[in-house]
Design a protein around this ligand. Structure first.
Ligand SMILES: Cc1ncc(COP(=O)(O)O)c(C=O)c1O
Length: 482
């Protein structure tokens, strides 16, 4: 979307849609939120949605649908096998990515399961620009390991680098040398990235990296779950691509990879997933896994209604007005927080605004999860649900010690087309209040710690009575009704 110019007021990003259906929200009083937080074991995944004012946990499966997406649901072709909906989906994805072989799956991690199950053998290495929790867990579950080869700048919190998700080609060469090309199951590029602040990957980097991988005979895989934001950044930040249409860009990207998979909970604004596989033989070899783990080959565990909606969602992704909204809102939040002195990850990326908890809560040891503590505190200070993206999201080392994450972030996801600017302003305000009262926030420790992906279902407790003190300070400033 070209940025809309203003005459007498400071320019702000504008919603290029209007609201047709609403869901009522309520803001629990702070002392009640404190009770809910204890009940949820200081893990925002365990909160009841009805106790939340601003749900910024994730953008997964919670994006707003358009009128056209909803109406498309009515024509879904319900059939166990051979549904016309599947063929429409396949055709649309082929039109966009240029790959006709589609395996449907119920969400992104299901695609990762199928891909890893078929390709990863015990002792294998999978190269990634950066891991995502589920993509790594599926590799390690099978005895493989992940090498994260993002360029060093990708992990520097404050930067002007427009493509912090880029993979480092020298690191790729060194990794192939060390592991041996035959031991590398595939190279997975995530565009954009999730765990390092929604930072995008440039087309130029995708092209160079896939050419390099192919020169070693290594299979190339694109995780396109966050591609819609990445497309926006390629179009607006990559000089050589600015005159290309989104349709041309997505096709150029598709042409680079052997496999493209996506979470339809993000890409396509629906709920589902899919794997596109260029090679006919590989496609047929992987095919058998779908009926076993997902559902028949023409629905793969998805509702055909959601599939129809996603087909429209894919097409809407080709509209710059649609895909601009989220990155522009995120940029507004990130830049405003930055101006207010709150440490944030810059430049603003896709997916959400990311706060650098490591820099804010320097008094909390890494083993007491500063980002997790900030996330819990932010819920207490405004009913805002965010997600920890740091050490708590890692798994322990084999010797039981903590694997200290290279980043310690709080992610405020911006589900697409969901929030208005006034709601975002509220969030900015409460983040700033919490930042100014950061000395009141203390650490967390696990009371129930699952072995794998503990951040989803684990339970924690505060290391002192800091939550009570924080809530009292909040009530003193805002009253006891909010
Ligand atoms: C980059 C990326 N890949 C894969 C996934 C997994 O997708 P799903 O949540 O649909 O399983 C996610 C989800 O957040 C993601 O961000």
């Amino acid at each position: 979307m070209p940025e809309i110019k203003f005459y007498a007021r400071p320019a702000v990003p504008i919603e290029m849609h209007k609201v047709k259906i609403v869901q009522k929200l309520s803001l629990l009083p702070a002392r009640e939120r404190l009770k809910s937080m204890y009940e949820a074991g200081f893990n925002t995944f365990r909160l009841h949605n009805s106790d939340i004012f601003m749900d910024m946990l994730t953008d997964s499966g919670v994006n707003a649908m358009s009128d056209n997406m909803q109406s498309a649901m009515l024509r879904a072709d319900d059939a166990y096998a051979g549904s016309e909906t599947f063929y429409r989906m396949q055709k649309k994805l082929e039109e966009l990515f240029g790959i006709s072989n589609l395996l449907p799956a119920h969400q992104g991690r299901a695609c990762e399961h199928i891909i890893a199950e078929h390709l990863v053998k015990n002792g294998n290495c999978v190269i990634m620009n950066y891991h995502f929790t589920t993509s790594k867990a599926h590799v390690t579950r099978l005895g493989g390991h992940v090498e994260e080869l993002v360029r060093d700048e990708g992990l520097i919190p404050k930067s002007q680098n427009p493509f912090k998700g880029n993979i480092d080609l020298d690191k790729v060469r060194a990794c192939v040398e060390k592991e041996g090309a035959e031991n590398i199951a595939y190279m997975r590029m995530e565009a954009g990235t999730n765990l390092i602040g929604g930072q995008p990957v440039s087309y130029e980097n995708m092209k160079a990296a896939t050419e390099l991988a192919k020169s070693y005979g290594i299979l190339t895989v694109l995780d396109a779950s966050l591609l819609q934001d990445n497309l926006y950044f390629i179009k607006t930040r990559e000089e050589s691509m600015k005159d290309k249409s989104l349709r041309e860009i997505i096709r150029m990207i598709g042409d680079l990879y052997d496999i493209v998979y996506f979470s339809g909970r993000k890409f396509g604004f629906g709920r589902g997933g899919g794997i596109l596989i260029r090679d006919e033989k590989l496609f047929h070899d992987m095919e058998d896994l779908i009926p076993m783990f997902e559902g028949f080959l023409t629905y793969g565990g998805m509702s055909v209604k959601e599939m129809e909606a996603m087909i429209v969602g894919f097409e809407e992704t080709m509209d710059l007005d649609v895909i601009s909204q989220s990155p522009q809102f995120i940029r507004h939040a990130v830049n405003t927080l930055d101006e207010m002195g709150v440490p944030v990850i810059t430049p603003a990326g896709g997916l959400g605004a990311h706060i650098n908890a490591r820099e804010i809560l320097t008094h909390i040891p890494a083993e007491e999860y500063p980002a997790g503590a900030f996330v819990a505190a932010l819920y207490l200070c405004g009913g805002i649900r965010s997600m920890e993206r740091g050490t708590m999201s890692e798994e322990r080392n084999l010797d039981g010690s903590e694997h200290i994450s290279s980043v310690e972030m709080v992610r405020l996801a911006f589900p697409r087309r969901v929030f208005t600017l006034s709601q975002i302003e509220f969030v900015i305000d409460r983040v700033k209040w919490l930042y100014d009262h950061r000395h009141l926030v203390g650490g967390l420790r696990f009371t129930h710690e699952p072995k794998t992906m503990r951040f989803f279902t684990g339970k924690l407790e505060p290391t002192s009575d800091w939550p009570e003190k924080l809530v009292e300070a909040y009530v003193a400033d805002f009253g006891d009704d909010q």
